[in-house]
Design a protein around this ligand. Structure first.
Ligand code: ADE
Length: 225
């Protein structure tokens, strides 16, 4: 899979892709993440990327021309399955969307800033708009990093124990059960007996019951569907 991220703040995206699972996925050649500095596609001498909003009002709007230049350049090089715009008014990211996108080949992600992008960008180029939650960030970069992480860890071969993505919270509309590691007793706190029993079937049953109880208590909405 290849993920191209278009941003006016490329440095913001350096760290999230340079550690742990996301770095390893790139080292293994399973995913290629390419960050594009929108400023390199600016059209005037000032390297301007934003301008005042027609009709007035506070806040700048990202101009269509640099974005068109960047997206069109990338599209001339390869086909894209989705061109995603990160925005608080998009569909809210969930595990199902991450699952769907993890099956794609090439994805482009555009990060917005200021008051957002000229509406014509959305009409002409964007195939999907995604929000990472009902709050407003300073820009789309952190959202793009969150989205990419959620997608990349689902691609087969990225996690060393492939089943571990399948047992994540939300995969069956259930939250994950509690987990424990050594020591078996710590300051009087013990680990549930069943987990020490070695009895696989009982352990599986216990985990399922815990998942169900935790979901009922914390996220009953997940059980509605
Ligand atoms: N840009 C600003 N706020 C955002 C959000 N909540 N999700 C995605 N992109 C954003």
């Amino acid at each position: 899979m290849r993920i191209d991220i278009i941003t006016c703040l490329p440095k913001l995206l350096e760290s999230p892709f340079s550690h742990s699972i996301l770095q390893r996925a790139q080292d293994k050649g399973i995913v290629e993440v390419v960050v594009h500095d929108l400023r390199g596609y600016a059209v005037n001498k000032k390297k301007q990327l934003d301008d005042y909003a027609y009709g007035g009002g506070a806040g700048m709007v990202m101009m269509i021309e640099p974005i068109d230049n960047c997206i069109s350049t990338l599209k001339a090089e390869r086909d894209y399955d989705e061109v995603i715009y990160m925005t608080p008014d998009g569909e809210t990211l969930n595990q199902q969307i991450a699952n769907e996108l993890s099956l794609k080949g090439n994805i482009m992600i555009l990060c917005g800033h200021y008051k957002g992008v000229d509406e014509r960008v959305r009409e002409r180029f964007i195939t999907r708009e995604i929000s990472i939650g009902d709050y407003v960030l300073s820009g789309g970069e952190l959202g793009a990093a969150v989205l990419s992480d959620a997608i990349i860890r689902l691609i087969p071969g990225v996690l060393s124990d492939e089943t571990s993505a399948l047992t994540d919270s939300f995969q069956d509309n259930l939250l994950a059960p509690p987990v424990y590691t050594r020591p078996a007793e710590y300051k009087g706190m013990t680990v549930p007996e069943v987990l020490l029993s070695g009895h696989e079937k009982k352990i599986e049953e216990w985990r399922f019951k815990q998942s169900l109880a935790r979901t009922k208590k914390r996220r009953p909405d997940l059980l509605d569907d």
